[in-house]
Design a protein around this ligand. Sequence first.
Ligand SMILES: [Mg+2]
Length: 258
Amino acid sequence: MRLIQEAKGFLFDLDGVFCQSGKPIPGAIDTLDFLNNNKIPFRFLTNTTQQNRETLTNSLNRIGLVCTDSEIISAGFIGVEYLRKMGSPTCRFFISENLKLDYLEFEENFRNPEVIVIGDYSQWTFNLLNEAFRHVMNGAKIIALHQGKYYKVDSGLRLDAGGFIKALEYVTGKEAYLVGKPKKSFFQHGLNELKLASKEVVMIGDDLINDIKGAQNSGIAGVLVKTGKYHEGMVESSGIIPDGFINSIADLPTILNT
Ligand SMILES: [Mg+2]
């Protein structure tokens, strides 16, 4: 595929492309080794906020996906930069305990925080959602690390953070500030790190809105991979036209070698 062969660098989605449910996608280890051995520039551009960047890097290395934390641009990590830019407001976090380790520099305020920060969070209850709602009604801004709809685990599909964010937006009439994909500034961060222009980079992912449309909105070609949450019919019903398709990230070395 010319598009991929002519790329000077890549942005990769992680979940559903290189790994799923804590295991590598078949062939992903070899592809990553190929990229490393051939010094092909890439960054993982991931909305994953279950783990902080260091834990995520260690988990990937442990399953054979060899990378450094500087190669991972995660929504959780960029969220820290955004809060710093905001002047380090008081926060109420609805994020995983592990990700919280990256946010220790910010004061958590349970009574009247200036912002609420929402990421992957599996502890939601009515009372917690209601608490978040009250904070927003009292003037707190909503920082959405990402607003994914759902993702795939081995046992099936799993509800993602977006549903909770949209619920809060709906009832409060406020709009969340989005940090991760498909936000343009998030893709720009990837381009800046690669030191490449949008036309020189290809994004490969399994999510039509976050990966494909997000990339295209930033002038980056988006290639849909048919692993992870991909299923037949998802493209036709979406109104989004990927710039290309590959069956699996396992095919990347062959494509680049021909
Ligand atoms: Mg994905």
